[in-house]
Design a protein around this ligand. Structure first.
Ligand code: RB5
Length: 144
C-alpha cells in the first residue's frame, strides 16, 4: 500500500459511517484528518466536500473520503473542484477500478444506500488499489 494520508468528512447523514471508517483507519494505523461533521445535527455537505477536496489538492492528504446520505451530493460537489476525481461507489468492483483506471482521489459513499460492511469493504479496496497508469493515464490527463 502506498503511503496513505487520508482526509475524511461527512454531513449528518453520513456521520455514523464516517465514525466506522475512522475505526477502520485507527485499527490499521492509517493517518487521517477528520474534518467533521462531529454531531448528527443537520449541516451542509458542500462545505464538507470543499474542505476535504482542498486538503487533497494542497497535499495535506492524498486520499479523501466523503459520506452523505446518498453520496450523490458529495460527489457532485467534489467533482466541481478542478483536480478532484471523485468516485461514488456502491460496489467493490467500481471501487477497485475507480483507483486502477480513473486514479480517483476522493471516494464518496452513501450511508442511506449501502450496508456498513459493504461500505468498509469498499474503503478497504479503494485504499489498497493503485493506479495502473499507461493508457489510463492518457485518459485521466485528458480530463485534467
Ligand atoms: C441530507 O438529508 C442529504 O440530502 C444528504 O446527506 C445527501 O444525501 C445529499 O446528496
Amino acid at each position: 500500500m502506498e503511503d496513505l494520508k487520508v482526509v475524511i468528512g461527512s454531513d449528518h447523514a453520513g456521520y455514523e459511517y464516517k465514525e466506522k471508517i475512522i475505526d477502520y483507519l485507527n485499527a490499521r494505523g492509517i493517518p487521517y484528518t477528520d474534518i467533521g461533521t462531529h454531531t448528527k445535527e443537520s449541516c451542509d455537505y458542500p462545505e464538507i466536500a470543499r474542505s476535504v477536496c482542498e486538503r487533497v489538492l494542497n497535499g495535506k492528504a492524498n486520499r479523501g473520503i466523503l459520506v452523505c446520505g446518498t453520496g450523490i451530493g458529495m460527489s457532485i460537489a467534489a467533482n466541481k473542484v478542478r483536480g478532484i476525481r471523485a468516485a461514488l461507489c456502491s460496489d467493490t468492483y467500481s471501487a477497485r477500478v475507480s483507483r486502477a483506471h480513473n486514479n480517483a482521489n476522493v471516494l464518496c459513499l452513501g450511508e442511506r444506500v449501502i450496508g456498513e460492511h459493504l461500505a468498509l469493504d469498499i474503503v478497504d479496496i479503494w485504499l489498497k488499489t493503485g493506479f495502473e497508469g499507461t493508457r489510463h493515464k492518457r485518459r485521466v490527463d485528458m480530463i485534467e
